[in-house]
Write a protein that binds this ligand. Structure first.
Ligand code: HEM
Length: 520
């Protein structure tokens, strides 16, 4: 086998993309060996002009990523019950059934070669190549999000990305958005704690974040949330640890994943679901469709449904990791959308950006194409290289309906889920916003060193911000938890006096040991 850099004997012969042999790849064709150059040199023109087009636009978010192939293996059950009670999705039904997957992990805000040590959510996107076509579960490492309405997403990302004039990321712009979007406070509490810097991709959780539905054969739906639990344990970094890594290696997470798979130490995650009856649930102090909230585990237990193993590195980064296209609209029979307003907005955004980023025929690329037959009447467009014809289909009939050998509609696999809607069309936020309560619970659930880090990191970044933003953030922290508010206030006052706001770190429950997942 070639080593991981692919070193072999040089036996392959160089051609251009027309298949013409290349006999001289060192010198331009020139008049005499000092030039000038000629312009009819096809090989040179092809080489340079292709190089000039080596990039597609990078993802507007989640540009920095690493990927791997593997499989998902179903348990056939959900906790103690047969999974068919809740969903008819084929990939879950049979114990031991394996479905191939491709996973892309990522960081969100900065560009394609930014350091992997940054304080940022991490993307955790899984493409399942099922027998019913593809299912994408496009999640993050953390289980909640900054906002609950998709219309705020472009503003949020603008605030978090570098300033449009200086091109420098600015904590004041971040806190300006967050202080004025109080629903973000729970996520800010996670992000400024060590949970904002996972040690690597193998030792982090994943979550679908948004609420989806499962639908059974009778068309009955339940609300569902998905969570991935790493068998490798969970490990997060202090700011100081992250800086030490970044000083030496800004690709450490990609490298950790790649190297683990090369040495056959295959990372694994178990997939859990939380299930809730469909409905508004007035007994809860939050709305089940609000993605800034955790569903409490004591009321909605984590139920195992399968496991995922990553056992193959990509053969080509660009073909697979760069061009892979995940989307929340990509569901299979038995899985459905909830009314979660973030999920609905996301579902427009992903395939829209991919038609721009990769091209109209992005689904014909091997990494994106389902491993089932595709038979559509969609055709043409930039970079189409084949028609999606079914075996035996009359290629003249690119429309439907037809009696002349065109494509036919299929029978539904079960009763359709038909939720009933009645209401006024409005532009209003949901009730039961409860913006700070769970942030307080999360603060109290942290270990001492995590709380110390949270306060230290918040003080560091907030101390240079406008007083109005500091006041709003302190008010949110006080509302969440009395101690949280007090420590943030003291830290900011000390910083203002030029004193150190640091609390001693490194108590017994220090950051080094991998943790089990008590942080559900
Ligand atoms: C990537 C939009 C919220 C997870 C993306 C991309 C867009 C986008 C445009 C780039 C996709 C591409 O170029 O292929 C949005 C919008 C959101 C939203 C409009 C809110 C309304 C979220 C949330 C999560 C999330 C809540 C976490 C559950 C991801 C991940 C990727 C991504 C993991 C990277 C996928 C990959 O590896 O290719 N998002 N996003 N996004 N988003 Fe979102």
């Amino acid at each position: 086998m070639a080593d991981h850099k692919g070193n072999k004997n040089n036996e392959q012969k160089l051609t251009n993309r027309q298949g013409h042999p290349i006999t001289n790849n060192q010198n331009l064709r020139t008049v005499g060996n000092r030039g000038p150059a000629t312009m009819e040199n096809y090989h040179f023109l092809e080489k340079l002009s292709h190089f000039d087009r080596e990039r597609v636009p990078e993802r507007v978010v989640h540009a920095r990523g690493a990927g791997a192939h593997g499989y998902f293996e179903a348990y056939g059950s959900v906790g103690d019950e047969p999974v068919s009670k809740y969903t008819r999705a084929k990939l879950f039904q049979e114990k031991g059934k394996q479905t191939p997957v491709f996973v892309r992990f990522s960081s969100v805000i900065h560009g394609g070669h930014s350091p992997e040590t940054l304080r940022d959510p991490r993307g955790f996107a899984v493409k399942f190549y099922t027998e019913d076509g593809n299912w994408d579960l496009v999640g993050n490492n953390l289980k909640i999000f900054f906002i609950r309405d998709a219309i705020k997403f472009p503003d949020m990302i603008h605030a978090f990305k570098p300033d449009p004039i200086t091109n420098i990321q600015d904590a004041e712009r971040f806190f300006d958005f967050c202080a004025n979007s109080p629903e973000s406070f729970h996520m800010v509490t996670f992000i400024y704690s060590p949970w904002g810097i996972p040690a690597n991709y193998r030792q982090m959780q994943g979550s679908g974040v948004n609420t989806y539905k499962w639908v059974n054969k009778d068309g009955e739906g339940v609300l569902v949330k998905y969570h991935w639990e790493p068998k490798q344990g969970i490990k997060n970094l202090t700011q100081e640890e992250a800086e030490a890594i970044q000083a030496k290696n800004f690709n450490h997470a990609t490298q950790d994943l790649y190297d683990a798979i090369e040495r056959e130490d295959y990372p694994e995650w178990e997939l859990f679901v939380q299930i809730m009856e469909d409905g508004e649930h007035p007994e809860l102090d939050f709305d089940p469709l609000d993605d800034t909230k955790l569903w409490p585990e004591d009321k909605f237990p984590w139920l195992p449904v399968g496991k995922m193993v990553l056992n193959k590195n990509p053969e080509d980064y660009f073909n697979e990791v760069e061009q892979v296209a995940f989307g929340t609209g990509v569901l299979v029979d038995g899985l459905d959308f909830s009314d979660d307003k973030m999920l609905q907005g996301r579902t427009f955004s992903y395939s829209d950006t991919q038609r721009h980023r990769v091209g109209a025929n992005y689904l014909q690329l091997p990494i994106n194409a389902p491993k089932t037959d595709v038979a559509t009447n969609q055709m043409g467009g930039q970079m189409q290289y084949k028609r999606d014809l079914a075996p035996g289909q009359n290629p003249h009939i690119n429309y439907e309906p037809s009696s002349l050998g065109g494509l036919q509609e299929q029978e539904p696999a079960g009763k359709e889920h038909q939720p009933y809607y009645e209401g006024k069309l409005v532009r209003e936020s949901i009730d039961r916003q409860s913006n700070t309560k769970q942030a307080g619970e999360t603060y109290r659930m942290f270990e001492d060193w995590e709380r110390d880090e949270l306060i230290k990191n918040l003080v560091n970044d907030l101390s240079d911000c406008d007083k109005r933003l500091q006041d709003k953030m302190m008010a949110l922290a006080e509302e969440a938890d009395e101690e949280y508010g007090r420590r943030l206030r003291e830290g900011l006052e000390n910083a203002a006096k030029g004193k150190s706001s640091m609390h001693p770190l490194g108590n017994e429950s220090g950051p080094d040991a991998p943790r089990e997942a008590e942080q559900k």
